[in-house]
Design a protein around this ligand. Sequence first.
Ligand code: NAP
Length: 306
Amino acid sequence: MKRIYDMLVIGGGPGGYTAALYAARAGLSVAVLEKLSAGGQMALTDTVDNYPGFPEGIDGFSLGENMQLQAERFGAETVLTEVLELDLSPAEKAVRTSDGMFWGKTVVFATGASPRPLGLPNEDFFTGRGLHYCAACDGMRYKGKTVAVIGGGDSAVADALSLARIAEKVIIVHRRDTLRATKVYHQTLLDAPNVEFRWNSEVAELLGQGKLAGIKLKHVQTGEESELDLDGVFVSIGREPATALAKGQLELDERDYIVAGENTATSLPGVYAVGDVRTKALRQIVTAVSDGAYAAHEAEHYLAGQ
Ligand code: NAP
């Protein structure tokens, strides 16, 4: 029998499960369609120290599982399946998955975004072992230590400035001879006493046994190689939102994020975007859960008007 949910949530990260929690508590029928396991990117984080309510921090995997259990306590269902195709325009939105068709009166996009990797061998191995993609999440581990930030955009510069307040020394490694970041940051960085630059340099190799101990750099013009001893490395070379399924159906910005404001409403009625996948200034767990609550609130109003 064809079952039509009040809400289908695509992606089981913090934004998705918060939307499910709020919607289920409001009496809506909800299914979360998740490919792997709860938590999204958060599940890959060893210790989450900046989500309020956990004075000792909590590992991201457990936090994701807790969010799932909390939403399920109020009736939200989790379906482990891969979403293959969507038709978001009709009032009954159709979602084709590896396990068959699902229909929803509303759809919440919570598919997230992943940090762009350097693409080096051993990158997966060193991730969390000295190699990181989120300064706000993992920077505190490097109090008084020496770290590098890879990249030259606004994110890299913002990461370098926040790390400079924690670490003893921050080295920005950039493949060009000038920053792409907004000009206003340049002088602040150049003035910072503990920030150094390695211009025209690419990371050629990640060095270390068991844990990252440094990087091999290659000068992009001369090909000359050099090594840096480091306690940690933060990769900040952009992010890739998971929006392939939304292309052609929802308005995306020039970087492929779903265009949606604070109320998470997208260009299509009844479709909401929450968490890292939507256009926003700060991509954090707390902002994702805030989006989730907002999406459920908006969906309730939309359904009431149907
Ligand atoms: P971005 O602007 O695309 O910058 C990415 C940086 O990484 C560039 O410097 C790029 O080098 C470098 N890069 C890309 N691929 C690389 C690779 N494979 N190896 C080495 N370096 C590589 O990305 P973003 O900094 O994440 O910013 C994304 C958006 O968010 C931007 O619109 C930005 O303005 C915005 N943002 C704003 C703020 C703020 O307003 N405070 C803070 C953060 C982000 P090239 O320069 O050579 O291309």
